[in-house]
Design a protein around this ligand. Structure first.
Ligand code: ADP
Length: 400
């Protein structure tokens, strides 16, 4: 079966076509500036050059129509016609407490996701627009929703309840939800394969370190804790997000500089993290270059970032009473050998021993711990699209 995977943002949309026979990526692309001047689609048939086309796209429906044209295009397309497409898998950010796994999309699912809009006001609306557009343009094609929050729904209450008056949970759903679930699940499954073990026998700590970053504790295939919280702001230090801070800081900052709520929110989400500490950039490559030239705040930003990852690794080892493997994934986790080195440095007493030679690798599935390390350290490039396609296939075939 050939599956179209859609990740729909407010003004952009990413897509992939995957042939599930052999899980082969056939085409991928990106639509940018939906509803703005200069909207364009960049389509790539795998093995050929990218083709970029500027075309007015006022709405998400027009954007999806362009995607469908591109994938059946006689020259650059990968399908003879739309009948070849078995299903569409949609990435959706927030499913609240409603779904702990992916689902076939019907009217009830749409309603449930609309109810989650207050929890993810920036993400769920464009995700829903993408789904609505696809349902209109392909009414006969099954659609599946795959949720960033779903994998974390297995957390026990002691992991997800905040110590604030309980009514805030009951009335407003304020609790830890966690995000990046599709990525944590994908790398956990791969780690079990690479280790030649059953996922049900393993205790894993998965570190998704990208621009947004989170760590999860996965015990016997089940997520028992994760660092992102009610929103993706909690947990690790990120590119531009603060991660954990004393909540009293927010009130203090607002008073000190007379900031309104929106500005404070913007500061914590867009001006903080390694960017905020270093004053250089949110990109680790820039920060590392500055650190090497002696920029002390850049050096500090890297240390604070690593400190927080180590902090969560320690916490999750305690929560699980041990760990069999630590997995690194996403932009920083996959590429930044220096950062992996700092994170794993001097953890020998916990049985975590990085092999500094094997660690000199980028973007490749590989065990990078020493042979005598009781805890494996594994580098696994994430593949959320493939995970979405796998869930979609299972559900459409009725085997989930
Ligand atoms: P997201 O999907 O959250 O936007 P990614 O997982 O693509 O983020 O990660 C992007 C980040 O990965 C970049 O901001 C950069 O800091 C980091 N990154 C990418 N390549 C490298 C590299 N070679 N060395 C260090 N950091 C890198």
């Amino acid at each position: 079966m050939k599956i179209l995977v859609i990740n729909c943002g407010s003004s952009s949309l990413k897509y992939q076509v995957i042939n599930m026979e052999g899980e082969v990526l056939m085409a991928k692309g990106l639509v940018e500036r939906i509803g703005m001047d200069g909207s364009c689609i960049t389509h790539e048939k795998i093995g050929e050059d990218k083709v970029k086309k500027e075309v007015p796209m006022e709405t998400h429906k027009e954007a999806i129509a362009q995607v469908l044209d591109a994938i059946v295009d006689p020259e650059h397309g990968v399908l003879k016609d739309m009948s070849e497409l078995g299903a569409v898998g949609h990435r959706v950010v927030h499913a609240g407490e409603k779904y702990a796994h992916s689902v076939i999309i019907d009217d009830d699912v749409i309603k449930a996701l609309e109810e989650c809009v207050p929890l993810a006001p920036l993400h769920n609306p464009p995700n829903l627009l993408g789904i609505a557009a696809c349902r209109e343009l392909m009414p006969e094609t099954p659609m599946v929703g795959v949720f960033d929050t779903a994998f974390h729904q297995t957390m026990p209450p002691e992991s997800y309840i905040y110590a604030i008056p309980y009514r805030f949970y009951e009335k407003y759903g304020i609790r830890r939800y966690g995000f990046h679930g599709t990525s944590h699940k994908y790398v956990a499954e791969r780690a079990a394969d690479i280790m030649n073990c059953n996922l049900d026998d393993l205790k894993l700590i998965t570190c998704h370190l990208g621009n947004g970053a989170s760590v999860s504790a996965i015990k016997r295939g089940v997520c028992i804790d994760t660092s992102m919280g009610f929103t993706p702001l909690e947990g690790l230090v990120m590119g531009t997000r603060s991660g954990d801070i004393d909540p009293a800081i927010v009130t203090y900052m607002r008073q000190a500089e007379n900031l309104d709520q929106g500005v404070a929110n913007e500061i914590l989400n867009k001006e903080s993290g390694v960017l905020g500490i270093s004053g250089v950039s949110s990109d680790f490559r820039d920060i590392e270059a500055a650190a090497e030239e002696g920029n002390e705040r850049a050096q500090l930003a890297l240390k604070v970032f690593a400190h927080k990852v180590r902090f969560y690794i320690g916490a999750y080892i305690a929560e699980m009473n041990g760990v069999d493997a630590i997995v690194f994934t996403a932009g920083v986790g996959e590429n930044d050998m220096g950062m992996r080195d700092i994170i794993c440095n001097d953890l020998g007493n916990l049985g975590i021993k990085l092999d500094v030679v094997k660690n000199r690798v980028r973007g490749k599935e590989m065990i990078i711990s020493r042979d005598d390390s009781p805890v494996k350290i594994i580098l696994i490039p994430t593949n959320e699209e493939l995970m979405i396609a796998r869930d979609t296939l299972k559900l459409v075939k009725g085997i989930a």
